[in-house]
Design a protein around this ligand. Structure first.
Ligand SMILES: Nc1ncnc2c1ncn2[C@@H]1O[C@H](COP(=O)(O)OP(=O)(O)OP(=O)(O)O)[C@@H](O)[C@H]1O
Length: 589
């Protein structure tokens, strides 16, 4: 088409005439004239940002470039030798990554198909990237679909890439300097670029999600594990934390998606996710949609927190005391350096935080041969004399809860330590050191260095501690359901690790089958018991410690409707079924 005819057609479209142009293109032409005040007669060259602007754009888009790189590389391999060029632009239209044939670099650069070119519609006129940013949909802008005369040789197909919060983050564009005249020649490019964009969103969601559940979805079982269509990131209560664009169609068109519970739109609750993991046959991982359709699901469990690398390997007994909590890591680093010496150590922290356990671990890494452990509360001067026989080799004297030493025993202890340089003390206390009422000389004798153990509510490795305790103390197969895990993650743990262990041991004893569910958890100690799982006078004898005692009453109250009973207990239907079987309950004939 000649330039004159192109300008004439734009004029016709502006006057509301039908020229057979795609509606996306004619709408963009109208914006170019009416919104951006562009003149189709002008033939502006490509707009290129300065080097320092490009550096800033690339820096801000670093995460997206990283997530997209391997997808772009494989797409470029697919189209190799066909003169395509790939551009990744940010949401403003600036090209921040580029794959093209080196042979044509100069031509591509002249056409603006290069790093730093700005393809936003208000600068470049109707073009693939610009129209894609405005419509947020995949588009092909082919040859004289372009508004400006400078770009009419190009064919550009672009697809949007959204971040996991649903915001436009980037555009992936595949362009040709010269192409066949029919626009349909770009159908394959459209299909390639939209699937590449979907994979980039998936890679980005996965990279963000090591601590959360991810549910990947596909309408075909064959592609579920290798190339799923959509994915959502979920917290322990099954609420949506992030999603890929294709997952949007699962949710109602109006209203927010973030924070919505997945069981509102799919027939799965967070407790069903373990049954959707890859070890199950794909055909069994069917999920019904609320609108009657069905999808296949692949759930990916949160990864355990990684052990941080501290430059040196903590060995022996200290190694197993933390699952990557930064405060614990610092404390254990200090303990390791202090363990082989003879400096007396005071270990402070709330009850049950693991002071005694730490003291024992330090002893195991020390040079001491003997180990004497004394409870200060009941200790008398006579006990001291009897329990600490004379030795010549270095011995660890562990003094538990030194704040409870009686005044006479404190005097006797000072005397003992004066006489016995072979004793290295490791003391523990639940008090702040400033509040320990001991004779000052004894206090300083016991306190060469203070190690403070953090309370459990401040630790970031709670998940690790729970998994490890269950692995070591419960039957092999026992695990926490995601909602039970989330509930425990939210507690404040005034009794610290000791309380955690008791809660897990109780729950492991109460649960039926291999999964600890929400109702198996005893209520937090020292708090008002939480509202029972059921309400109304028909609750029966259910106690917070064993809410399942009321299962039959709840079922009767719900007319044996398992879904309703499941909602009352806050579990899924299959749990109710399992519980009914275990309790020998059957609905009336
Ligand atoms: N780092 C840890 N990892 C796993 N379990 C731990 C850890 N620290 C402590 N525990 C467990 O927690 C429980 C309480 O630990 P410990 O007796 O050492 O606490 P404490 O601070 O000395 O308590 P208290 O001051 O009440 O005597 C024990 O069963 C112990 O095995």
């Amino acid at each position: 088409m000649t330039n004159a005819r192109h300008i004439e057609e734009i004029g016709q479209v502006l006057e509301g005439g039908q020229t057979g142009r795609d509606s996306v293109v004619s709408a963009s032409w109208r914006r170019c004239v009416e919104l951006y005040g562009m003149d189709p007669m002008r033939s502006d060259p490509a707009y290129i940002v300065t080097e320092s602007e490009l550096r800033d754009h690339r820096k801000q888009a670093e995460w997206m470039i990283a997530a997209a790189r391997s997808g772009l590389q494989s797409l470029f391999r697919q189209v190799a030798g066909q003169n395509y060029v790939l551009l990744l632009t940010n949401a403003q239209g600036v090209c921040v990554d580029y794959f093209g044939d080196d042979l044509f670099t100069e031509d591509l650069r002249n056409a603006g198909l290069y790093l730093g070119s700005n393809w936003s519609e208000d600068l470049a006129g109707t073009c693939g990237v610009g129209a894609c940013i405005v419509t947020q949909e995949p588009v092909t802008v082919h040859q004289d679909d372009h508004f400006g005369n400078a770009h009419v040789a190009l064919s550009c197909t672009a697809a949007p890439i959204f971040d996991s919060l649903g915001q436009l983050a980037a555009v992936l564009d595949i362009s040709l300097l010269r192409s066949p005249t029919p626009k349909s020649s770009q159908n394959l490019a459209m299909s390639l670029v939209t699937s590449a964009a979907r994979r980039v969103e998936m890679a980005n969601l996965m990279a963000e999600s090591p601590r959360d559940w991810v549910l990947r979805l596909s309408s075909s079982p064959e592609f579920l594990d290798v190339d799923p269509e959509a994915a959502v990131r979920l917290d322990g209560a099954g609420r949506v934390l992030g999603y890929t664009r294709a997952a949007r169609r699962l949710f109602p068109e109006t209203g927010p998606i973030l924070g919505r519970r997945i069981d509102e739109v799919l027939s799965v609750s967070v407790d069903d996710l373990p049954d959707l993991m890859r070890d199950r046959p794909t055909e069994e991982r069917v999920i019904e949609m609320r609108d009657g359709g069905a999808l296949f699901g692949h759930a990916i469990a949160p990864k355990a927190p990684r052990q941080p690398h501290h430059g040196m390997r903590r060995g022996g007994a200290l190694a197993g005391l933390s699952g990557g909590d930064p405060a614990m890591a610092r404390l254990l680093g200090q303990a390791e350096r202090l363990a082989p010496g003879t400096v007396p150590l005071l270990i402070t922290g709330e009850t049950g935080t693991g002071k005694t356990k730490l003291a024992r671990a330090i002893h195991m890494m020390s040079k001491a041969q003997g180990f004497i452990s004394l409870e200060c509360a009941s200790l008398t001067p006579q006990d001291l004399a009897e329990l600490c026989p004379d030795t010549v080799s270095l011995t660890t004297l562990m003094l538990r809860r030194i704040e409870e030493l009686s005044p006479e025993t404190a005097i006797a202890l000072s005397g003992l330590l004066d006489r016995r340089p072979d004793l290295r003390t490791l003391s523990t206390s639940c008090l702040d050191p400033a509040r320990i009422a001991l004779p000052r000389t004894l206090f300083h004798r016991l306190t060469g260095c203070i190690l403070s153990v953090p309370p459990l509510r401040m630790r970031r490795d709670l998940d690790w501690l729970m998994s490890r305790h269950l692995r070591r103390h419960a039957a092999d197969t026992i695990r926490l359901s995601p909602s039970a895990r989330a509930e425990l993650m939210g507690r404040t743990w005034p009794g610290n690790i000791r309380e955690l262990e008791q809660v897990l041991d109780t729950a492991a004893a109460l649960c039926v089958g291999p999964v600890i569910d929400l109702p198996d958890l005893p209520s937090p100690v020292g708090c008002e018991p939480a509202d029972g799982p059921v309400d109304g006078p028909e609750d029966g004898p259910a106690t917070p410690a064993n809410p399942w005692a009321s299962l039959e009453q709840v079922l009767i109250a719900c007319d044996w409707n398992m879904a309703r009973a499941a909602r009352r207990f806050g579990v899924n239907r299959s749990t109710i079924l399992r519980r009914m079987r275990a309790a020998g309950l059957r609905p009336p004939e």
